[in-house]
Design a binder for this molecule. Structure first.
Ligand code: BGC
Length: 429
């Protein structure tokens, strides 16, 4: 349904157009960036080049407060992400719906308590915090703290006495079940990498050894960790496991008992990440090919994204992927059809972009987001250098931004949301 049928046709057309019409000389000015013409010799200062933050919104990792200085670094600075709260609510609702639909079988040991364990990605990442809150709210286990719903991990909570959560209740067909967060933990490895799938795979083995058939449901802040837990334990024990991201392996696993996941519309986000750069470099209205149709027919409808002026942020909207609809989501790396038309290289000359992925081992970013970026960079005539970080040290990435003058634009995925100045300082030099 969502497939990019137009892709091949558009590519063929653009190539033949370029062959007969394009002079080709325009690409030689690519280094100068901006809207410069061939006659111009001056180069754009690095601090004035387009800068897109994505996936990790510049913000204080303790309070969540947005880093407005980073978000408005220059006139062509934006953030691209997705609506974390809408997605978190969907994830919580998806788990609750599953419990209600499987009330006869869900309580494995028949003790009247529906127990779940939760894998937390990064206690300082706003998406991770939102998902923990969303699941706790939907299941009635949330507790209000000074800064809204508490999102701290509980460790192990076999008897329900942890203070970061409370026991909830769900009533199905006249029976009231207690719902308990039996265990939760931030999945950070010893080297410091967060959202760590290997850590989650080990955690479920430890939890299962002590909690056994008290565990009725496994929930994770993402599919990378969710699939590690599914493969280590829940598949073999037929325990429904829920993640987030709609990575292809997780969607395929729904056929084998994975409970469900949430698509954060990475196909729309990856497009926006590069499209905003394209528009800024073309010197056209920033919403070209986004809110308004471009010359190739690309346009997004407002049911898949929105723009928030105050935070200079474009947010994609999320969709629940469950046994009911997963067949439409099996390939997570297909460009979104309405924005998959090739731009003409005669009028949109090649530009060069520096882009980093904070952790080359992050399942979502490496298996879903980057493959999409690599398809869109061709469609948008952008030559992108992809830098993969180690997920722990910002310097591992910033060290590889040694010569920003060589690029026309930057797309940045930070290790820690607090660290925007590590990048902007380099661009301001
Ligand atoms: C994704 C996670 C990913 C994280 C990295 C989140 O939006 O859902 O899977 O690990 O971003 O920053």
């Amino acid at each position: 349904m969502r497939k990019a049928i137009a892709l091949t046709m558009a590519t063929v057309m653009a190539l033949s157009l370029a062959a007969c019409g394009g002079s080709g000389s325009s690409t030689t000015t690519a280094q100068s960036g901006g809207t410069s013409t061939a006659a111009e010799t001056s180069t754009v200062a690095n601090k004035d080049k387009p800068l897109i933050w994505f996936n990790r919104q510049p913000s204080n990792s303790t309070t969540g407060e947005l880093d407005q200085a980073a978000l408005s670094f220059n006139d062509n600075t934006y953030y691209v992400g997705f609506d974390a709260n809408q997605g978190a609510e969907l994830q919580g609702q998806m788990v609750k719906d599953y419990i209600e639909a499987h009330a006869d079988t869900i309580d494995r040991n028949g003790d009247g308590v529906i127990g779940y364990v939760l894998a937390i990605g990064d206690i300082g990442h706003n998406d991770s915090i939102a998902r923990t809150r969303g699941v706790r709210s939907a299941l009635g286990t949330a507790v209000e703290g000074d800064n809204g719903i508490v999102s701290d991990p509980v460790g192990v909570n076999t008897d329900g006495t942890a203070t970061a959560v409370q026991d909830g209740t769900i009533e199905v067909n006249g029976t009231t079940y207690t719902v308990r967060e039996l265990a939760s933990q931030e999945m950070k490895n010893s080297a410091g990498a967060t959202w760590d799938a290997g850590t989650a795979g080990n955690a479920i083995t430890t939890w299962a050894a002590s909690l056994g058939d008290q565990i009725d449901i496994v929930v994770s802040n993402n599919d990378g960790m969710g699939m590690a837990m599914f493969n280590s334990w829940s598949r073999a024990n037929s325990v429904p496991t829920f993640g987030y991201d709609a990575n292809a392996d997780a969607v395929a696993a729904i056929a084998e008992g994975y409970g469900g996941t949430i698509s954060q519309h990475a196909d729309v986000q990856a497009y926006l990440t590069l499209r905003l750069i394209r528009n800024a470099l073309d010197g056209v209205d920033i919403n070209t090919g986004i809110a308004t149709e471009d010359d190739a027919g690309n346009v997004l409808s407002d049911d898949v994204y929105y723009y928030d002026e105050a935070s200079r942020s474009y947010y994609a909207l999320n969709v629940a992927v469950t046994a009911d609809n997963y067949e439409d989501y099996l390939d997570s790396t297909v460009p979104y059809a309405p924005v998959s038309n090739q731009l003409d290289s005669a009028t949109h000359a090649e530009k060069s972009v520096w882009l980093d992925i904070y952790n080359a081992a992050d399942n979502f970013l490496s298996a879903t987001y980057q493959p999409l970026l690599q398809k869109y960079d061709d469609l948008l005539n952008l030559k992108v250098d992809y830098i993969g970080g180690d997920g722990q040290n910002e310097s591992n990435i910033t060290n590889r931004l040694g010569n920003p003058s060589q690029y026309d634009a930057f797309a940045i995925n930070m290790v820690k949301t607090d660290n925007a100045t590590s990048y902007t300082a380099l661009l301001s030099q």
